[in-house]
Design a protein around this ligand. Structure first.
Ligand SMILES: Cc1ncc(COP(=O)(O)O)c(C=O)c1O
Ligand SMILES: [Zn+2]
Length: 429
């Protein structure tokens, strides 16, 4: 679909420095449904069938050594992303290369032999969204957009406003008005405009699609709408990092949270690319999707054996995952079924238990989305769908400080005493 936007493409020289290709190894856009190709541009839907467009590549030779020589950020994988070679020299957030924690205590508690937590709370704005935004910023520059925008369930808004501040772009981001206070603070502190909409995320997203077609939104880069093919590629870096941090091995099983489903589909794409490039051994792996029961359209379709997702109205404390009509839901179903994984959901009470379990065993404080993945992991182990002897990775995609209310109810000091030994002895007796 050609957009109403009349953004101009800056010359490669201006965008990325002489001799460098502004989109690196990307060779075009390709329709996920019918394979129709088109040139790289701010487009997101196929002109033939309205299917989603994704980036096609012409990868050269990529070696583990080349990657290892790169910076400790997603830019070590720049030869696998739609960005120029010199991307790391720009004023950007340089997200990624977050820790992969060997979670021995949690593994023991759950009865697993080998478990790692990929902890993306360590990104610049404390969620995995910095990865996707970093790629979208490059595309926005190349297409000459002056304003960075998005529809967000919370984390994306903060990642966009922070990245815009650093890149010298305007920002105007849209969220459901009833988000957690910390998400609102984080999305507004970096400057730019933050607009709360009286409605669900799906209402916000519909509104943004309208805005793109209006002259008001002209020359705006909506990272998850008209820049979505570029944005989505950022999630592949989670797959690359996990494999590299495991010693260039794909885990046997991985549990990933699902909102729109973009992250899960791109992690699968990342693993497949590593196999195709000969960077890892070609072994089967299982992908598991995790949702909160109060917004579980993908899990419901999976359990019912359906290919079509029936949209829902979200009602859960896992607000970052509260997308009732997930764009990539059907692809999540395909991947879970093709790899022998599953999509499962947990109640809000189980989300809170998941947050507490991860904190108590591994010292990692997850936001509600992390409570969802840990809760689902526990459920999958209990029902025998996760093999306890196989290597497992679970994702924590955001920081617990952003969703304090989920666990604040029972949080208080063990005792409040006068500063004296006697008072302390009495208190702990
Ligand atoms: C913390 C967190 N984890 C996971 C997701 C899911 O991302 P996706 O929409 O790519 O499925 C989101 C989306 O907003 C998020 O904020
Ligand atoms: Zn198509």
């Amino acid at each position: 679909m050609a957009l109403a936007n009349t953004a101009t493409t800056t010359s490669p020289d201006r965008a990325a420095g002489a001799g460098d290709r502004p989109f690196g190894p990307a060779s075009g856009l390709s329709c996920r449904e019918c394979g129709t190709r088109r040139d790289l541009g701010p487009d997101f839907a196929c002109a033939e069938c309205f299917g989603p467009l994704e980036i096609a590549y012409d990868f050269g030779r990529v070696t583990r050594e080349q990657i290892a020589e790169g910076p400790a950020s997603i830019w070590r994988y720049r030869s696998l992303l739609p960005v120029p070679k010199d991307v790391a020299l720009r004023p950007n957030m340089a997200p990624g290369w977050t820790r992969l924690v060997r979670a021995g205590n949690l593994a023991r508690e759950l009865g697993l032999r080998s478990l790692h937590v990929k902890d993306d709370s360590g990104n610049p704005t404390h969620s995995f969204k910095d990865r996707v935004v970093a790629i979208a910023v490059e595309a926005a520059r190349n297409f000459g957009f002056h304003t960075l925008s998005c529809s967000s369930t919370g984390n994306l808004a903060g990642a966009v406003t922070a990245a815009a501040a650093r890149a010298g772009l305007e920002a105007c981001v849209f969220i459901p008005a009833d988000l957690e206070q910390a998400k609102i603070v984080m999305a507004s502190v970096y400057g730019g405009r933050l607009v709360g909409i009286d409605g669900t995320y799906d209402d916000v997203n519909r509104f943004c699609s309208e805005l793109i077609g209006d002259e008001l939104g002209e020359r705006w880069g909506f990272v998850n709408v008209n820049l979505r093919p570029y944005y989505a590629e950022g999630s592949k870096t989670l797959a690359y990092e996990i494999a590299e941090q495991l010693g260039w091995r794909i885990p046997d099983q991985i549990v990933i949270p699902v909102a729109s489903g973009s992250q899960l589909t791109k992690i699968d794409k990342g693993f497949k690319e590593l196999i195709a490039l000969g960077l890892v051994e070609d072994r089967p792996y299982k992908v598991f999707g995790a949702q909160a029961e109060g917004c579980s359209p993908v899990s419901a379709a999976y359990k019912a054996g359906h290919d079509v997702i029936r949209p829902v109205k979200p009602d859960t404390i896992a607000k970052s995952l509260a997308i009732g009509n997930p764009a990539d839901g059907p692809y999540v179903l395909d991947i879970a079924r093709r790899t022998g994984g599953a999509v499962e959901d947990v109640t809000d009470a189980e989300v809170v238990e998941g947050i507490r379990l991860l904190a108590r065993t591994e010292g990692i404080f997850a936001e509600t989305a992390g409570g969802v993945t840990v809760g689902v992991l526990r459920k999958l182990v209990a029902s025998g769908r996760i093999d306890p002897d196989a290597e497992t990775v679970v994702l924590n995609t955001g920081d617990g400080l952003k969703t304090l209310d989920a666990v604040a109810g029972r949080a208080r000091p063990s005792a409040v005493i006068k500063p004296s030994l006697d008072a302390f002895r009495t208190a702990i007796a």
